[in-house]
Design a protein around this ligand. Structure first.
Ligand code: PEP
Ligand code: MN
Length: 344
């Protein structure tokens, strides 16, 4: 259930509604809308729903009370009719400005990371990616540099001015990662690791939540709910390809998911064409398609020498090719009313 306040409702009226919600035994969650405040009631609402709705509707400053039938409440468009904007340094994700997140799959060395960082910045990326803790399918594969990788990422940020996005695999590493990163990435494999989601929620840091390739959109939205329920509304959803019968590509980019999520939720959505396709030759086409479909940004793997990459080389773009991608992206962005703006 959500209580929508009138435009211009006073602080005192909002406070009184919050008190009434608490008194009825619910946890109030106030969404700071630009136009009007919306108060969500969290917790099971049972039989006396209609009665409760009448009770809250009658309070001063309340415009109306709506029942949210979706199981995700905080992520729902009904709780927050305007699109949410997640601010990361100079980048407003979810606004007309596109998020262009680029960098290597893994931080492999200082030299590799700094070279990649400078190249993507030059090509117009406004956020930097690089994994220090890597979720690999095989335990025999490179697992990332860990904290040493975080230090390199911090140096790359210093050098380029680009905010850093990096993955958290385990709650034990969270404190160290949060001390370095600007955005915490929850990888596809951890999308339903609910304890981890709660922990990243508590940091209050922006989170990129990647869709698990075997999960439905509604499961992704439920996962985002775990983060937001901790009071962290800075969630960016990421479509990164799903498992289908098609094996010509690593996964299948679910372009449908982009307008679907936009309709169901107010959260920003980005697309990762690198993991979706698994092949650098398709990355640009799919990136352009995602922006045309309404995505708020892209996350792309770029490596100075893809052939020697320690992870995801076949899907990584050479810097030159990434520059071609951003050039094409600027044209598509303009055609759909979006813009590409460098971070600094
Ligand atoms: C990554 O971004 O490098 C990654 C591991 O992605 P995903 O979790 O989508 O597989
Ligand atoms: Mn990768």
């Amino acid at each position: 259930m959500v209580i929508i306040m009138q435009t211009g409702a006073s602080e005192a009226e909002v406070e009184a509604v919050i008190k009434a919600v608490e008194k009825a035994g619910f946890r109030p969650f106030v969404n700071p809308g630009v136009e009007r405040k919306v108060i969500a009631l969290l917790g099971a609402v049972d039989a006396e729903k209609a009665e409760l709705a009448d009770h809250f509707s009658a309070l001063p400053g309340v415009e109306r009370v709506t029942l949210i039938s979706e199981p995700y409440k905080l992520a729902s468009r009904r709780t927050h009719p305007e699109p949410s904007v997640v601010q990361v340094g100079p980048v407003a994700i979810g606004s007309p400005q596109l998020a262009v997140i680029a960098g290597p799959c893994s931080v492999e060395s200082r030299e590799q990371m700094l070279e990649a960082a400078m190249a993507v910045k030059k090509a117009g990326a406004n956020l930097l990616r690089g994994g220090a803790f890597k979720p690999r399918t095989s335990p025999y594969s490179f697992q990332g540099l860990g904290v040493a990788g975080l230090e390199i990422l911090a140096e790359a940020r210093e050098l380029t001015g680009l905010p850093v996005v990096t993955e958290v695999l385990h709650p034990d590493d969270l404190e160290a990662i949060a001390a370095y990163a600007d955005v915490l990435q929850i990888g596809a494999r951890n999308m339903q690791n609910y304890r981890l989601l709660q922990d990243v929620g508590q940091t209050g840091k922006p989170v990129v939540l990647k869709r698990n390739p075997g999960c439905r959109v509604r499961e992704l939205l439920m996962a985002s709910e775990y983060i937001m329920l901790e009071g962290n509304l800075n969630v960016i959803l990421c479509e990164r390809g799903i498992t289908t019968f098609e094996d010509a590509t690593r996964y299948t980019m679910d372009l449908n998911a982009i307008p679907v999520i936009k309709r169901l939720s107010h959260l920003p959505v980005i697309a990762d064409p690198s993991h979706a396709t698994g092949d650098w030759r398709y990355v640009t086409a799919v990136a352009l398609g995602a922006i045309a479909a309404g995505a708020d940004g892209i996350m792309v793997e770029v490596h100075p020498e893809p052939a020697n990459a320690l992870s995801d080389g076949p899907q990584s773009l050479e810097p030159e090719r990434f520059a071609q991608l951003t050039e094409a992206l600027a044209r598509v962005a303009a055609a759909v009313g979006r813009e590409m703006r460098p971070a600094a």
